[in-house]
Design a protein. Structure first.
Length: 260
């Protein structure tokens, strides 16, 4: 009996040791398993999310960059424009409607079209643009109501051959750099109702306006009278500009520079 008790006691002790050993092995096995590194995964997710957000913001910035005026008026010198007069005689609004419809991506042109669609309800404060349409003097202007110069001017002259010369000047100003300016002149044939770029007149004005001796220029198309005033600007190094004014006199067909 004593031997049996010893055997039973020995067996019990062995059983306890085995359980303890197995328990320890089980714990060690769990501690040794490859547990996902949650902090590492979370860090990667956050990094990827941040990169995706940066890319998205970068794309938004690129989309918000203003389009250049040269790009918006690409092909200006080669593109004839068809006019659809609303009355017996073509007027400045007919010319402006045709031109601005062709180049409506420029805000001042888009505002002219909006004004034409409902002139009595056009709200310049809401649109931030004023539109001045003077049919009697053959002149129209659309300009931004801020210190930044952004505008479209148009007028026309009657030619001796029964055609009209239509002039356009657009300024796309900026607070931090010089303005981007574009101009063009068109010969309008009332028999065909087509405005064709007049490059001969363009070159006469270009020679004065794009003088390399000056940094910048503006054209003042006539609302009254018939002559074009060209303002030429030179940086004076004192946060300002010196202005030289030149006049292009209407001859009945083109322009000639008035001697100072």
């Amino acid at each position: 009996m004593k031997n049996l008790r010893r055997i039973d006691k020995w067996m019990v002790m062995m059983a306890i040791v085995c359980v303890a050993f197995l328990t320890g092995c089980g714990k060690s096995a769990k501690e040794g398993e490859d547990v996902p590194d949650e902090s590492k995964d979370n860090k990667e997710v956050v990094t990827k999310s941040a990169e995706a957000q940066d890319e998205s913001e970068s794309a938004d910035v690129d989309e918000d960059l203003p389009e250049g005026l040269d790009s918006m008026t690409s092909g200006l010198a080669e593109t004839p424009i068809t006019v659809s007069p609303k009355g017996a005689k073509t007027n400045i609004q007919d010319f402006a409607q045709a031109f601005c419809s062709q180049y409506d991506r420029f805000d001042p042109n888009e505002k002219i079209l909006k004004y034409f669609s409902a002139p009595k309800t056009y709200d310049e404060e809401a649109e931030l643009y004023r539109v001045e349409s003077d049919i009697t003097n053959g002149y129209i202007r659309s300009f931004l109501l801020t210190e930044v110069g952004r505008l479209t001017q148009m007028c026309y002259w009657n030619r001796k051959n029964g055609h009209s010369l239509v002039g356009v000047f657009m300024e796309n100003g900026s607070e931090n750099s010089k303005s981007e300016n574009v101009f063009m002149f068109y010969d309008y044939d009332p028999k065909t109702n087509i405005m064709t770029p007049d490059l001969n007149v363009y070159k006469v004005v270009e020679k004065v306006a794009l003088d390399k001796a000056f940094d910048e220029y503006l054209l003042e198309l006539p609302r009254e009278g018939k002559d074009i005033v060209v303002d030429l600007y030179t940086d004076n190094g004192e946060d300002g500009n010196d202005v030289t004014e030149k006049t292009l006199k209407w001859t009945g067909d083109t322009f000639t520079l008035v001697a100072n």
